[in-house]
Design a protein around this ligand. Sequence first.
Ligand code: MEV
Length: 319
Amino acid sequence: MPATISTAPGKTILFGEHAVVYGQPAIAIPVNERRAKVKIFPVIGVFSEKIQFIAPQIQLDKEYKELIPSHPFKIAMDEVKKYLNIPQYPSCKIFLSSTIPISSGLGSSAAISVALIKGLFEFIGFQPTKSILSQLAYQIEIEFHGHPSGIDNSVIAFNQPILFQKKKDIELIEPGEEFVIVIADSGIIGNTKIAVAGVRERWLKNRIGYEAYFNKIGELVIQAKKEIELGNHSEVGRLMNSNQEFLQRIGVSHPSLENLIKIAIKNGALGSKLSGGGLGGNIIALTRLEKADYLSQELLKNGAAQTIIMTLKKEIENE
Ligand code: MEV
């Protein structure tokens, strides 16, 4: 049984976060510039199921059997075991690491789940389909996010730009041109579960108003898909700004995010918005390749804790 190495990208949501939880479409893209990585090494000669998890970044060095039932690694192991219908795993050591910042809206938890599930399949000698990967990772997202739409596990498992809508097949998006995006971390921890719960509370108090916002967001997502496919940078930027206005109205923005968005626009971004759950975490700013470094520097000078410059490529990458 050979050792395996599996990886999964981070993600960012270009359009439609939160409204997607209420059935509207949303657009997400993988961030291959940051990745989660899982290495599994067999331990020869130990016949009882002895599995050691080693994740130095979160100070974890524990046996599978010691993990609490709601631990994401335990859920991943149990889901794969159930799916493959195996009584136990061969003894092994599992090393987990990631370059995706935690709690910043870049899908760090879904990426580690996808990489771990993929690694376990390969370790046992199977190749999971992308939709099985996504489906199993979704079980872990439920534990962590309360009411997740499924967009994070989908974009990370498929590793392609997607239009996602609950209960519908995923549509792959092929950008008509390259898009350069600067992702800037506000340094404020954004808790998606809390942000989603807050929107739910306000929606329960004002269904008509919130549903009108969600419908508007849904409409601009459909428009954005067309403009991405046409490679129309300025229109995509304009739509990002409109999406941000609705995100403010539903109460998921934050002064630190507003500040970074203002800096981005002042320094020539074609559009900017928060990305993911909000209340902290990241903003994204659409820019031109030649201006990306400058914009990134300005964001860092004006409060961003860190930045990532990423390119959404024209052709779909097939892993
Ligand atoms: C989180 O990346 C995006 C949200 O829309 C929540 C979800 O879709 O599960 C805020």
